[in-house]
Design a protein around this ligand. Structure first.
Ligand code: UDP
Length: 251
């Protein structure tokens, strides 16, 4: 899939796909399961074949989250732990890059923290150029700053890269009224406004990430990456999961 789009082509749909580290493991495990990575890569590859520009923000929770070290008992400073979490996203990014390339995708891995021997530094204009050339751009290292998560990085990058939507791939079918893994009566929403998410305190993304999306009217689609075809459908603009945006039912 090398350089499919003519350079400078900015008319194609550009999406920001946020893949949580959970996508890289089997339930209950930690680390990186390459078959799970390959499964995600295959879905992304199929979606990319239809021509949209795809930037991926990589999570790292399958390896480490900074919040694990917030207890006073830890000798690791919380900021250090967050940097460790950001490094975890780079490991995932490297795995995803190789999985995508094994399928023939043209990719670039860019990191928010410089690691010149491993990946390109994230430079907004360069990332856009890669996208215009049809490369799948994997963005690792989060925002490069501690105390936030890759959801915030996803909102940030979606806005600066002018993505038309933020696609949040999760292990559940969308946004529920309650935790569906604990409450079997939790109701799945098809559509929500940013205000409803905030008012009902629904656990979709960090408060900071939702606020940023709301401020710039960037729609968010939350969907289940485990369901076959979902990444493809989400990338192609078909309705799966829960759509969060500013207005409902054409109001
Ligand atoms: N992180 C950070 N700054 C960022 C992005 C991530 O400090 O801009 C750290 C944070 O500790 C986070 C960890 O990296 O918990 C891994 O990312 P995240 O928890 O978002 O991964 P996911 O849940 O999506 O797998």
């Amino acid at each position: 899939m090398a350089d499919a789009a003519p350079s400078g082509d900015t008319n194609r749909r550009r999406v920001l796909l946020k893949i949580s580290g959970e996508g890289f493991i089997h339930p209950g495990e930690r680390g990186i399961a390459m078959d799970a990575v390959l499964h995600l890569a295959q879905q992304t590859f199929r979606a990319a074949q239809h021509g949209p520009q795809i930037a991926i923000v990589m999570g790292g929770g399958n390896i480490l989250r900074g919040a694990q070290f917030t207890s006073g008992a830890s000798c690791i400073h919380e900021a250090t732990a967050h940097y460790m979490g950001m490094l975890a996203t780079v490991m995932n990014g490297l795995a995803l890059q190789d999985a995508l390339e094994s399928l023939g995708c043209d990719t670039r891995l860019m990191t928010a923290i410089r690691m010149d021997g491993v990946a390109e530094p994230y430079i907004r204009r360069r990332a856009r150029r890669h996208l215009e050339k049809g490369r799948i751009v994997i963005l690792a290292g989060g925002t490069g700053s501690p105390f936030v998560t890759t959801d915030t990085a996803a909102a940030q990058r979606a806005l600066e890269l002018d993505a038309s939507i933020l696609l949040k791939a999760t292990r559940v079918d969308g946004v529920f009224s309650d935790d569906p893994e604990k409450n079997p009566h939790a109701v799945l929403y098809g559509e929500l406004t940013y205000e409803e998410v905030q008012r009902q305190n629904l656990r979709v993304m960090d408060h900071e990430a939702i606020t940023k999306c709301m401020e710039y009217d960037l729609p968010i689609l939350v969907f289940n990456f485990r369901k076959a075809g979902n990444i493809e459908n989400a990338v192609l603009g078909q309705r799966v999961g829960t759509l969060i945006h500013g207005k409902k039912n054409g109001q």
